[in-house]
Write a protein that binds this ligand. Structure first.
Ligand code: PEP
Ligand code: CO
Length: 479
């Protein structure tokens, strides 16, 4: 995502009609293979059961919002999406490494310049460390500019005998525990779209202004660096990259244009299908449909059933897509997902993000790798060491242990090496702030520390120092 450029977009051919029961299935995304035999349209998912969708009490208000969203301009462009797809293809082939990270759920209130810049800084610092360790180009993907809708294990929550819908993310309902706040409000979808646009606008401007220039890693310093136990290792890495850059520039006699700026791509869980549909467009000079609300949407673990709505929706979009796979994923199920979502083995199309937990990965990952190998298809393998390692303290606080996160990652590298596959990326829930949500790390955060700065309303994130340390540990492992 370098320079922002306008992209003409045709209005969706099929207006987003939440009440539609029969999709005007006019567009087959391809022909031939089993998964694509059925016709597809941006609305065809509406014929299938859709898990994790909010129920809006005011249907007319919802329709109005969706009609507006479907005419508002796209947030990203197809050439950015295609560029990411080709970079993911290179990662799948072992030539790049993907770093994906950000909040579990973005909050509207956090759409502020400092917080956005801090998120970029930590991702840039981590990627610098990973470039150094892996000696590969790193693809940077934020869980940002649209990560506003969350799947939940329970539909409702009960406090003092009052049962209300659970909080499902800022684009759906609100955190406070009152009937009005927890009622899904379609206006929040518009607010989410706007926040995503504001976030992207700021990120694009920062990048265009040179914020991500590799010659100036000092722009990315977060206050902690000089006081951190990791400071000297990080400074050594920065210095060494500076030397390499200058060396290459001396050899080439020019600035290394290709590598002096870095790109960012956006991703979010493609959960709220009416929202995703409203930004699904065709554009001049390209075939097929693109989700233009993000570069890289993923299917969450709770919505990955082959015959259900999310897989149907994802089947027809041209974006690179990812699926989260957990211990409950069976080999046959994964094989079917590959048939449906990756029928042509298109390079860069499919990423599998495994999230097994430090105690489950040795049992489940090898069989799933074999299932993919049997399919003969190429995917990008990414490890999310967060979502299989969530636990609750005796005080009822949701947390994750640094050692468990690291242990899952280390096993992931080993299992892939043994299987002859390439672990080409990592996926973290992290923040550029000094929160205390996960325990452990170089500062040895304890359960008692969690109360100091526990801010998340969903999953616990690595704070900036823990995130940087994690990148250093990964870099040492793969270097
Ligand atoms: C998430 O990434 O925040 C999430 C809910 O993940 P998963 O679908 O893997 O549980
Ligand atoms: Co999460």
């Amino acid at each position: 995502m370098g320079r922002a450029a306008p992209e003409g977009n045709a209005a969706p051919r099929t207006p987003p009609d939440p009440a539609a029961t029969k999709a005007p299935a006019t567009d087959a995304p391809g022909t031939g293979s089993a998964g694509r035999a059925r016709d597809w349209a941006p609305t065809s998912w509406q014929d299938r059961p859709a898990a994790q969708q909010p129920e809006y009490p005011d249907e007319a208000a919802l329709k109005k919002v969706l009609a507006e969203l479907s005419t508002l301009p796209p947030l990203v462009t197809t050439w950015e999406i295609e560029s990411l797809k080709s970079q993911i293809a290179e990662a799948a082939a072992g030539e790049r490494f993907l770093l994906q990270g950000g909040d579990c759920a973005e909050r509207f209130d956090d759409c502020q310049s400092t917080m956005i810049a801090n998120k970029l800084k930590i991702l840039l610092q981590m990627s610098l460390v990973l470039v150094h360790g892996t000696q590969k180009r790193v693809i940077r993907v934020g869980r940002f500019a649209g990560q506003y809708a969350k799947p939940r294990s329970a539909e409702t929550e009960t406090v003092d005998g009052l049962e209300l819908p659970t909080y499902r993310g800022d684009s759906i309902n609100r955190v406070p525990f009152s009937e009005a706040d927890r009622r899904p409000d379609p206006q929040l979808l518009l607010r989410g779209y706007e926040r995503a646009a504001l976030t992207l606008n700021f990120i694009r401007s920062l990048i265009d202004g040179g914020f991500a220039d590799l010659h100036h890693p000092e722009y990315w310093n977060l206050g902690f660096v000089e006081h951190s136990p990791l400071a000297s290792e990080y400074s050594r890495i920065v210095e060494s990259i500076g030397h390499s850059l200058r060396f290459m520039e001396t050899l080439a006699g020019v600035e290394v244009g290709q590598i002096n700026r870095v790109d960012f791509f956006t991703s979010h869980e493609g959960l709220h299908l009416l929202y995703e549909q409203s930004q699904t467009r065709q554009v001049p000079h390209r075939t097929g449909w693109y989700n233009l609300s993000t570069h890289f949407p993923w299917i969450g673990m709770r919505t990955a059933k082959v015959d259900e709505a999310h897989v149907e929706y994802f089947r027809g979009i041209r974006n690179p897509v990812a699926i989260k796979i957990g211990p409950a994923m069976t080999n046959d199920w994964l094989a079917e997902l590959l048939d449906v979502l990756h029928p042509d083995n298109e390079p860069g199309r499919l990423t599998l993000i495994h999230r097994m937990g430090a105690h489950g990965i040795a049992e489940h990952l090898p069989r799933l790798i074999e299932a993919v190998q049997r399919s003969g298809k190429q995917v990008l393998w990414v490890c999310d060491p967060m979502h299989g390692n969530t636990e609750t303290t005796a005080d009822g606080i949701k947390t994750r242990k640094f050692e468990h996160i690291l242990a899952e990652l280390e096993q992931a590298f080993e299992i892939h090496a043994n299987a002859g596959t390439y672990l080409g990326g990592v996926h973290f829930e992290l923040t550029g702030e000094d929160v205390t949500e996960c325990t452990g790390g170089a500062r040895g955060l304890s359960e008692a520390d969690l109360k100091r700065a526990y801010r998340t309303h969903v999953d616990p994130r690595l704070n900036y120092e823990q995130a940087l340390e994690m990148a250093m540990r990964v870099a040492r492992r793969v270097g």
